[in-house]
Design a protein around this ligand. Sequence first.
Ligand code: PEP
Ligand code: MN
Length: 336
Amino acid sequence: MIVVLHPNASEEKVKELHTWLESYNVKIAPINGVHKSVFGLIGDTSKIDINAIRAYDIVDTVTRVQEPYKNANRKMHPEDTVIDVNGIKIGGGNFAVIAGPCSVESEHQIIEVAQRVKAAGANFLRGGAFKPRTSPYTFQGLRAEGIELLLEAKKVTGLPIVTEIMSLSHLDLFADVDVIQVGARNMQNFELLKELGHCKKPILLKRGLANTIEELLMSAEYITAGGNTNIILCERGIRTFEPTTRNTLDISAVPILKKLSHFPVIVDPSHASGITWLVEPLSKSAIAAGCDGLIIEVHDNPKAALSDGAQSLNPDEFDGVMSSLKKYIQAENKVM
Ligand code: PEP
Ligand code: MN
């Protein structure tokens, strides 16, 4: 519920209304980016009589927010949220590219890839340490050692690191990770989301394989409910009947998420397509659709990759893709 007050409302009357609303056990948040005095009410507002609020003479308008996501809703936060990782920004006109291998495989591999993606213009290094694999018999990631190697690559290149968490029991290992990724398979791991709500780190939340846009926003809402509003949403393709690509990139999710929510939206053309040559055209369409960044898999030797080689660009291919994307990013008036 959004309560807009008359601009000349006295402090005393505002306080009185605030106290009365609080008696309904709702959280009252100021609405950012709005100059007027506005209260955003979060929680169960169903018991509050809207006419009783209107009866306060300091109240201008009252509107119910119909959507089940409140903190994640652009109505509650009209301005774009900008995620700032040591000065590198995503959202609000800032574009970022996250690049790196699907899995961290060795010190040589991750440092080589980190140096090459940095030289090509990437802002973040990605790399899976804990890997969600369909088969228990395939490479499961280097786990804690993988995170150590990412930190090593960060030391060498200065690139902040992004890596996926799969279990709450590993949270301590993520203390020095810059952005924690929640992968598609864990998008609705609500206990994980609740706990990540209590940390301050940016969370890269990927859309589930078979989840709706609203479900993605409700998962973001879980994180915000604990107090963490540093969220980057990621469209990474969904399951459809089309077998040519690994998933189907839901390009319309980009403008829809940007309209419904204030969080930055990035696109993963690698997992969306599963095919290297599709990474460039999907990236271009994602930029044109208004995304705030991309996450792209890059491997020093894709043919020998322990996971997702078929969708991983080699460093030379990544150079080519980055140079061809630059004018698209500029055309959208985004800065990198
Ligand atoms: C990944 O980014 O390596 C990954 C496993 O992605 P997703 O969760 O989107 O499948
Ligand atoms: Mn992958």
